[in-house]
Design a protein around this ligand. Structure first.
Ligand SMILES: NC(=O)c1ccc[n+]([C@@H]2O[C@H](COP(=O)([O-])OP(=O)(O)OC[C@H]3O[C@@H](n4cnc5c(N)ncnc54)[C@H](OP(=O)(O)O)[C@@H]3O)[C@@H](O)[C@H]2O)c1
Length: 206
């Protein structure tokens, strides 16, 4: 899939990351349909597999789908000793199952050379205090991307794995001491790379 105009479904477009990704994809001439639980053109919760089916049915009604892009995923942050079974389940449902199901259910909906781009994060390989559930979820998504890529060709799947956003430092900076940061625009360009490029099974670390 090259940089001809694509029809893209973007989940999480109203968020910090999603806003930047939306801007970057629109600037490349793509048509972007947005989704969120309480925001966007299509209102669905991707942590519920049945709602993903409904989301795809709604998106499909608007014509062909060339790319599915996720900028949505929630995980709990707590000290390890306070993370209970419900928290691990919540991390799995909120960031792993949601994105895995986007790919699994999306396979039948996407054009032949279409792509999926998922969100993970630096905690997959650089742990911080209170981040164990996020580390687990991000690592799982990255492993899934590598595994899925070899089974879904010619469709493609990649993940974007950013450091803390420079624009989020005021909120989260204290949790990432000395780890630097990445500007949102740079993260958004990794999504453009995934959507328009030819690579698959990649984790773009930024
Ligand atoms: N912030 C950082 O510095 C940073 C760094 C690395 C990675 N990340 C990762 O990037 C992702 C986005 O972070 P962010 O800071 O942009 O978050 P954010 O500002 O809270 O935005 C999240 C977006 O996703 C949507 N969303 C959340 N859960 C959803 C669900 N179950 N179904 C459908 N839509 C859902 C939200 O819309 P609704 O509320 O309308 O559903 C919103 O548009 C997260 O997975 C985060 O771990 C963030």
């Amino acid at each position: 899939m090259t940089n001809h105009r694509q029809n893209i479904l973007l989940i999480g477009a109203s968020g910090t990351l999603g806003t930047a990704v939306h801007r970057a994809l629109a600037a490349r001439g793509h048509t972007v349909r947005t989704a969120g639980r309480g925001s966007g053109d299509l209102r669905f919760d991707i942590s519920d597999p049945e709602q993903i089916s409904a989301l795809y049915a709604a998106a499909e009604a608007d014509g062909r789908l060339d790319a599915v892009v996720s900028a949505a995923g929630t995980v709990p942050y707590k000290p390890l000793t306070e993370l209970g079974p419900g928290d691990w389940q919540s991390a799995f449902t909120g960031k792993v199952l949601s994105q895995v199901e986007l790919v699994r259910q999306g396979l039948a909906r996407l054009t032949e050379h279409g792509s999926f781009t998922l969100i993970t994060g630096v905690l997959a390989h650089e742990p911080i205090h209170t981040g164990a559930a996020a580390s687990l979820a991000n690592g799982a998504v990255e492993a899934f991307v590598r595994a899925a890529a070899i089974e879904i060709a010619p469709r493609r799947v990649n993940a974007v794995s950013p450091n803390v956003f420079t624009e989020s430092l005021d909120t989260y900076g204290d949790c990432f001491p000395g780890m630097g940061s990445v500007p949102l625009e740079q993260v958004a360009q990794a999504y453009v790379r995934s959507v328009e490029g030819a690579q698959t099974g990649q984790v773009y670390r930024l």
